[in-house]
Design a protein around this ligand. Sequence first.
Ligand SMILES: [Zn+2]
Length: 319
Amino acid sequence: MTLPWLEAHQAALGQALDARRLGHAPLLHGPPGLGKRTLARWLVAKMLCLAGDASAPCGICRSCQLLDSGSHPDLFFGRVPEDKTQITVDVVREVSAGLQLTPGIGRARVCLIDPAELMNTNAANALLKTLEEPADQAWLVLVSDRPDLLPATVRSRCQKITIRPPDRQLALAWLAEQSPQSAADEIALALDICADAPLKALKLIEDDELRFGVEVRQVLIDLAAGKAIAPDTAQAWASSPRQSLDWIAHWLGAWLGARMQAHAVKAGDGLPGSCQPLDLARAWQRLMLTRQLAETSVRKELLLGKWLLEWESIFAAGE
Ligand SMILES: [Zn+2]
């Protein structure tokens, strides 16, 4: 899968690396769904490729082949251990020690830390030492969706590479190519929901998540219009309560946001014009409470059913 919006980043990073202008610790950051990991893998391949010039990564040298087979001796991963929820100090110590060694294959040693924001405090402190005293021919590549969660001391010692959402037309065209069976309005909606992150939007479409999200929106609109909905709706949604509540939160947030702004009623948002922002805000507040309760052992269909009844009552009262 080629990601056309990353090409400019590849060109810039490649030139910086070839001209030896790239800092020893690039930090690739930006919202999820933009292909940061694809870019990081490419950069790592370029750093390690034996060609060592503008043709890297060549894809054919021993280094490139070892990378493909997942057994490169000069590549280290700073990841969350399987039985943990954070990157621990032991992980950072191990990769830092690995970076001190002479490259086994040829040009460099690289450590990929991902997701960097999941380093705990001790791990981040241990990394600082490596960042301050970089070994020769050693690179630290950090990837993060949330660089704001990294300690400022770590952030300031990295070369920040910001990945932004691509131009909308480019993203729409790419998605249409990846998902030819999807309608244009479906693709546009997925991209809206994902704040223009194409990979996230593609996943939404492929996992059939979008279809469910649209169904949730329709139920909310039908209830607001006083129409009957399928009697087993709450029951059906209770099989995946978190997903259902997330979608309700998404639509409610979008409606509330639009109505709180000056442009008030967005044409075609589907809700009655009489619906007040304060009503939506109260429904939002109740939804947040419902979400908390959904984490307990309370029966989910009752929680969802109650919230839907309350939602319906907002509009019944206005009649
Ligand atoms: Zn190569």
